[in-house]
Design a protein around this ligand. Structure first.
Ligand SMILES: Nc1ncnc2c1ncn2[C@@H]1O[C@H](COP(=O)(O)OP(=O)(O)OP(=O)(O)O)[C@@H](O)[C@H]1O
Ligand SMILES: [Mg+2]
Length: 260
């Protein structure tokens, strides 16, 4: 069974950073193969992971609207383009969704894409999906289910309100979310009592808090991939505890025999 973990949260809260460190955690634990899906039109999960992207699913979808190379069917061409968009990295693969569809729905391409994504997802033990900020975007979640929705918030009352709305929207949209958690990121000097109360009042399931970590900003400004952070960085330590609780304990994920 493939476990799907989807990130959500308002802008700039740390979704991509946490998605990257989650992938690193899974690989360290031997829980693989992992498929990383960057579903943010402004894709940057690859930078956090330190891999280069040459083509995207969006480009594959656009390509088959134009000329098809001689001797190829449209379906085969799309399949080839989608395969090119799959990046093989160390211990995991990354696929970048790219721009959402522009004007003029091309339903056949979308059907092919859905079939391909379904088949692709089945090859992995865990799928980690990084998503765009805001709420309407979670309505585009492919697949439309998540074993675990990780909502990232800043330590403010507004942040908690946004997290609550995202959780409620996921239910309204009838996304099949088995478990949802909130991770409060960039915390300085402990959580304000009002925030803890707001989390309780909203009935949010708090997975844990992650401290503001200067080394993260350092790596950022030097353009170094976040996944190369030292294991004893405060943010990494806090996240490993959180992942241990929600993935190993709650979701009961275990290392696959023999790896890939
Ligand atoms: N715990 C932390 N301590 C310090 N800096 C952090 C922390 N978590 C994230 N950041 C920084 O905050 C910035 C935003 O993080 P990130 O890109 O992960 O957020 P996001 O939610 O994915 O943003 P977007 O909504 O734009 O996709 C980055 O520069 C990242 O390095
Ligand atoms: Mg992001």
């Amino acid at each position: 069974m493939t476990a799907t973990i989807a990130m959500a949260g308002k802008g700039g809260t740390g979704k991509t950073t946490i998605a990257g460190l989650l992938i690193r955690f899974l690989l360290r634990q031997g829980i693989k193969p992992v498929l990383a899906v960057d579903a943010d039109a402004n894709a940057n999960l690859n930078e956090v992971l330190g891999v280069e992207v040459h083509s995207t699913v969006g480009e594959a979808r656009e390509a088959i609207k134009g000329e098809i190379p001689g001797g190829m069917t449209r379906d085969l061409f799309m399949e080839m383009k989608l395969e090119q968009a799959l990046i093989e990295a160390e211990g995991y693969d990354l696929i970048v969704m790219g721009r959402p569809e522009g004007a003029g729905c091309y339903c056949h391409a979308n059907t092919l894409l859905a079939v391909y994504m379904d088949r692709l997802c089945g090859n992995y033990r865990v799928i980690v999906m990084d998503n765009e900020a805001g709420m309407e975007h979670i309505s585009r979640l492919v697949p439309r289910r998540a074993d675990c929705l990780l909502i990232v918030s800043d330590p403010t009352l507004r942040g908690i309100q946004a997290a609550r709305r995202i959780r409620d929207l996921a239910a309204e949209l009838d996304l099949k979310v088995s478990r949802d958690y909130v991770i409060i990121n960039r915390v300085r000097n402990g959580l304000p009592a009002a925030v803890t109360e707001a989390v309780d009042a909203a009935g949010l399931n708090l997975a844990g808090v992650v401290p503001e970590d200067a080394i993260l900003s350092e790596y950022d400004s030097e353009g170094r991939p976040t996944v190369e952070l030292p294991q004893d960085a405060d943010s990494v330590r806090a996240l490993e505890k959180i992942f241990d609780k929600i993935l190993i304990h709650d979701l009961a994920l275990k290392a696959a025999d023999g790896g890939r």
